[in-house]
Design a protein around this ligand. Structure first.
Ligand SMILES: NC(=O)c1ccc[n+]([C@@H]2O[C@H](COP(=O)([O-])OP(=O)(O)OC[C@H]3O[C@@H](n4cnc5c(N)ncnc54)[C@H](OP(=O)(O)O)[C@@H]3O)[C@@H](O)[C@H]2O)c1
Length: 279
């Protein structure tokens, strides 16, 4: 496949050789034209890779994140290399409230008219210390960012997602959201809660059949958060965020443009381990 944007994204291009052929055939530069997708944590790591990748395949991406300069860098790359229409939404999810979510929904509605995807990549690690020493204020901040903000965004953007087109909500989770681990404190508890949110929303939307909901565990990935969690680890031993883009694109393109992907999607509500997807 030739594509200007992808030619300017060598980290993604290097991973595409490993994609199954059904995906490579489906993913033309126009695959996601007219699809609007919110990506939280879009300024760095997995969210940044996903925002750029979605734009490479035609989606208009709403780039939500904490640090304006990081979001602007992603915005500039997308504008330079793709014909899509991104917007940036600087937002500290630790401070998110329902009024802010309503204002976001209104601005998405007036700018784009609708929304098809919502991907929750943003999260914070918090301290890695025993529960008995865990500071209550940091517990609250991690839970607010990793769980409460996800609940508020899913709730406040739901009507926009539920306007008739197929939709998709992805929750980026973690192994410590499936099996608790000492010293992972609020981060681990927040990912258990995120798995619950994902399954509940999937169950509540399954009968209508328009919105698919998944949790995705990327496993160890070369990002700032991983460095914070494992400062002594050699980052070169870890996959880059773009390694996971085949899976994210499979789930999003498969959900939003079902005719393009000639492969059944996992059932809505599934917990997906990115490391097993291509195995
Ligand atoms: N990397 C791994 O090994 C790994 C493993 C399992 C699961 N995960 C999950 O993968 C997802 C992406 O993480 P990553 O590894 O890509 O980490 P990352 O590079 O550190 O990115 C995290 C993103 O979340 C944003 N963020 C953090 N707190 C925020 C807040 N209060 N408000 C708004 N945005 C906030 C950050 O914004 P700023 O940069 O502006 O602070 C950043 O863009 C997370 O949900 C993480 O739990 C990662």
């Amino acid at each position: 496949m030739t594509h200007n944007a992808i030619e300017n994204y060598p980290e993604l291009q290097s991973q595409m050789a490993e994609w199954p052929s059904f995906l490579d055939k489906a993913l033309t530069p126009t695959a996601l034209i007219g699809k609007r997708i919110v990506v939280t944590g879009a300024g760095d790591g997995i969210g940044k890779a996903l925002a750029k990748s979605l734009a490479c395949f035609g989606a208009d991406v709403i780039l939500l994140g904490r640090t304006r300069t990081k979001l602007e860098a992603v915005f500039d790359w997308i504008k330079q290399h793709t014909p899509t229409d991104p917007v940036i939404v600087p937002c500290d999810l630790a401070q998110l409230d329902t009024d802010t979510v309503s204002a976001l929904a209104e601005s998405i509605s007036s700018h784009y008219g609708n929304l098809q995807g919502l991907v929750h990549c943003a999260s914070m690690l918090g301290p890695k210390i025993p529960l008995v020493h865990y500071p209550a204020d940091q517990w609250q901040t991690v839970m607010q960012t990793n769980v409460n903000a996800v609940f508020m965004l899913n709730q406040g953007l739901f009507d926009l997602l539920d306007q008739g087109d197929p939709g998709c909500v992805l929750h980026v989770s973690s192994s410590v959201g499936i099996q608790g681990r000492a010293y992972w404190g609020a981060y681990s508890a927040s990912k258990f809660a995120l798995e619950g949110l994902s399954q509940i929303l999937a169950d509540e939307t399954e009968t209508a059949g328009k919105i698919r909901v998944y949790s995705v565990n990327p496993g160890g990935t070369r990002t700032a958060m991983r460095r914070e969690a494992y400062p002594l680890e050699d980052p070169q031993t870890l996959p880059i965020p773009e390694k996971h883009m085949g899976l994210f694109l499979f789930l999003l393109v498969g959900s939003l443009v079902p005719d393009l992907i000639k492969r059944p999607l996992p059932a809505t509500g599934a917990q997906i381990d990115a490391r097993k997807w291509l195995a």
